[in-house]
Design a protein around this ligand. Structure first.
Ligand code: SAM
Length: 294
């Protein structure tokens, strides 16, 4: 899916969506949205794998979320889509759904605000899942009336991609908030290719803590980050981002802050978010970049 989105090969994406319909029937509503014409579910030709049973439970749970949200949120009402995802976690007691809600969402919104997105710039999210934070950021960006998209969120799981696009579309934010298919770091070079040097003032990393330091380095080397751009990372305590913390937060610095918060709807579960101002690119970053390109 990533290669087809990059090459703009829509036909290949449609083919993949048809296959996904076969993989996860409870999620057909989200997947079928991206198919032209009536959905034809192909006859099952796949050989069952040992992972099938676990996937089946996972897809059932995600299917329940889709039902829950579509029964409650009106089309075009971003706040209602956000609220219904939150209610699903709380009221329906579905704590497995990890999104940056509650106090975490306030930090996310404040950090985006501090980044002060300008015309031609774009905010990045890494790891979209069901589109919760993408909708929040997309909604905030849309209020600034800048060129589109104002937010790009990258997701590597094909079904998460369909579900997040479905939710973003339900909130009528698809033109502001694009969800790209891709595995960070393979997707990272596309940012600078599409938006140019110094075009990203804000990055929210929420994909894999053990990769944060490497993916941040790749973004810096690519030249896509604006001078003084902000990097906000989630879940840096649990599951943890040890190398990122050691590299950027082991000593107090005015450009780096840690927030101790609790997980959304889990008052006994502490977690941290980290905020880092990226200093303007140094000469050595440019040399590194030159060496990478050779
Ligand atoms: C914690 S969830 C993201 C939640 C989302 N940011 C929110 O607040 O609504 C993490 C997501 O990152 C995705 N992910 C994990 N590793 C990734 C990678 N290397 N590239 C892209 N996405 C990744 C997972 O599939 C999952 O959907």
């Amino acid at each position: 899916m990533m290669h087809s989105s990059w090459a703009g090969d829509a036909a290949f994406e449609v083919q993949l969506h048809r296959l996904l319909c076969n993989t996860a029937p409870p999620l057909n509503a989200a997947v079928a949205r991206w198919l032209p014409g009536p959905m034809e579910v192909p006859a099952s030709t796949s050989v069952p794998s040992p992972n099938d049973q676990t996937s089946w439970y996972r897809y059932q749970k995600l299917g329940r979320l889709l039902h829950f949200v579509s029964a409650r949120a009106r089309e075009g009402d971003a706040d209602a889509v956000l609220r219904s995802i939150e209610d699903f976690v709380g009221d329906a007691n579905q704590r497995w759904l990890k999104v940056a809600g509650g106090a975490k969402s306030e930090v996310v919104a404040a950090a985006l605000d501090a980044a002060a997105l300008r015309e031609g710039e774009v905010a990045l999210e890494m790891g979209c899942f069901v589109g919760y934070t993408a909708i929040r950021l997309g909604h905030l960006v849309s209020e600034r009336h800048l060129s589109k998209p104002g937010l790009v969120s990258t997701e590597m799981e094909a079904l998460h991609l369909c579900i997040s696009r479905h939710h973003v579309d339900l909130a009528q934010l698809s033109t502001v908030a694009e969800v790209w298919a891709g595995h960070i770091p393979w997707a990272t070079p596309r940012y600078v290719e599409q938006f140019g040097d110094r075009s990203v003032p804000f990055t929210f990393m929420d994909h894999k803590g053990t990769r944060f330091h490497e993916d941040f380095r790749d973004c810096r080397i690519s030249g896509v980050l604006c001078p003084n751009s902000l990097l906000l990372c989630d879940n840096v305590l649990k599951p943890g981002a040890p190398v990122h913390l050691w590299r950027h937060h082991r000593t107090a610095s005015p450009g780096a802050r840690l927030f101790s918060l609790t997980e959304f709807r889990e008052p006994d579960m502490e977690d941290w978010q980290s905020l880092l101002y990226n200093p303007p690119p140094t000469a050595s970053a440019f040399l590194e970049r030159g060496a990478e390109r050779q």
